[in-house]
Design a protein. Structure first.
Length: 492
């Protein structure tokens, strides 16, 4: 990843600032509670949800195991349908390809359907540097762009804004980007939606180049799929003469029939709808309708390296539904900006470090941005075991070790600031492998418990400053068991 959020502090520091913002916390609490309640109701309507979840996991795992084969098939299918396929190793290469393709058209502006892949590589900034204006057309993305802000949620990028703030942004900024907001604009949803519709309509009607991502790519037919709720994406996909789609390689599925699973689980997990209001599919080009030229930019940008990690690769199953964000107690209080990535919340905590590496302060801290409560795993429609990956990444941060970077095996050094943690883990490992020493230590701790402090010293204050140290029992469990049950039933 190119580091759209370069310079971000570590998660604890960024989160500390966020939790002090009472307006932000109120916005997040209201939005996440509303979305997850609706999702729970939508999911409860499906009697075979567990089977659909397992099917999605199996499809994704199978595809990832054979991704080389399916990507080759995808390229063949897209080319046969009249599209042109480009391969991009990293963000810089992808940005260069897209900038070159836009310049070839002679145009100086493009319209975009919401795409996390283009946010990941910083495409808007790259186009701006080349003198090309990129206009976001998804309502939430438009709010973020007009507000010179950053997205903070996968499904609702402007979740941290309330209606009054959105009205002020529209009234202040729309005239700088195109058609101004109507006079006397109110903060009712209908008025805000109408202002956005009028503002975007003129851009749709004059745009010659559209840029999109995709939710899925079907290797069998070369078909790309975008699901959305507003219809702005469909305008971007059908009106321009040239369409450029930038898509991560992990979005591939083998066959058309696989969509049956994901088009049931994705809308219910994301927008709590039985099906998406707009599901757009396109296969290459056609003379009768749609863009005359179609380019597909297949983006790696760390995904192949992530695929080499047997535990961490399950993050590539993600279908970007955002259900994990809406149930996460950490995200609800800290918001998305604290994660320093376009991928916030639990999925961002396990996806950003593998894609970007753990060399930066923010990426080394993300695996710790969780209480490990497991709620994210319970709601994930493709059964990504996020807590398992978080623990795996924590071990990588603390201990270092062999990883794959740009296709090469390298050995990471342990991150700074974890020496005490490493020493504690080594001591614990020794104690657990020496039962006699463990038993003696437990008894000593129990007998001296009246002298134990209520807070930890040194760096431990960061942990005990907001929680009580658990009390030490009067006797170790082993002694209690021997005294109360050991003599009665030696078999136990």
């Amino acid at each position: 990843m190119n580091g759209t959020f370069v310079g971000m502090p570590a998660f604890p520091e960024a989160a500390r600032e966020a939790v002090r913002d009472t307006t932000l916390r109120g916005n997040l609490r209201h939005a996440t509670h509303t979305i997850r309640a609706k999702r729970a109701k939508a999911v409860s309507e499906v009697s075979d949800w567990a089977e659909l979840r397992e099917a999605g996991q199996r499809i994704k795992d199978h595809t990832l195991r054979h991704l080389d084969r399916y990507l080759a098939r995808l390229e063949e299918s897209v080319t046969a349908a009249g599209g042109i396929v480009h391969w991009a190793t990293d963000a810089a290469e992808a940005n260069d390809v897209v900038t070159h393709l836009v310049r070839m058209t002679g145009e100086s502006e493009v319209v975009k359907v919401t795409s996390m892949a283009t946010q990941e590589i910083g495409l808007n900034e790259a186009l701006q540097a080349a003198g090309i204006a990129a206009y976001e057309t998804d309502l939430a993305e438009l709010i973020v762009q007009l507000g010179k802000d950053r997205p903070s949620h996968i499904l609702v990028p402007a979740i941290h804004r309330n209606r009054g703030e959105i009205r002020d942004i529209f009234a202040r900024e729309m005239s700088e980007w195109g058609r101004p907001a109507p006079e006397g604009l109110t903060d009712t949803p209908a008025a805000l939606a109408e202002a956005a519709r009028l503002h975007l309509l003129e851009k749709f009607l004059r745009a010659k180049v559209g840029i999109s991502g995709a939710n899925f790519m079907v290797a069998e037919t070369g078909t790309l799929v975008v699901v959305e709720s507003e219809g702005n994406g469909r305008m971007c996909l059908t009106l321009p003469e040239t369409l450029i789609s930038v898509v991560g390689i992990e979005k591939t599925v083998p066959a058309w029939r696989d969509l049956e699973v994901f088009l049931q689980t994705l809308p219910r997990s994301s927008t709590a709808e039985r099906m998406n209001p707009y599901t757009s599919t396109w296969t290459g080009t056609a003379d009768e309708d749609g863009p005359r030229t179609f380019h597909l930019v297949l983006l790696d940008n760390g995904r192949t390296d992530t695929l080499a990690d047997e535990v961490g690769r399950q993050a590539l199953r993600c279908i970007r539904c955002s259900a994990c964000l809406n149930v996460c107690p950490v995200y609800e209080r800290a918001g998305g900006h604290a994660y320093g990535s376009v991928y916030p919340g639990p999925i961002g905590a396990i996806l950003s470090p593998p894609l970007r590496g753990t060399g930066s302060e923010i990426d080394a801290s993300l695996p710790y941005a969780s209480s490990l409560c497991g709620a994210c795993y319970e709601v994930c429609p493709v059964a990504i075991d996020i807590p398992e990956v978080l623990v795996h990444l924590r071990e990588r941060v603390v201990r270092g070790g062999a990883v794959t970077r740009e296709g090469n095996k390298v050995v990471l050094r342990p991150a700074k600031g974890h020496a005490a943690e490493r020493a504690a883990m080594r001591a614990a490992r020794w104690a657990f492998t020496h039962p006699g020493a463990l038993r003696a230590g437990q008894r000593a701790v129990s007998r001296t418990r009246r002298f134990h402090p209520r807070t930890l010293p040194g760096r431990g204050r960061a942990w005990s400053g907001t929680r009580d140290l658990p009390p030490v029992p009067a006797e170790p469990f082993r002694d209690w068991w021997q005294r109360t049950r050991g003599g009665k039933d030696g078999a136990e």
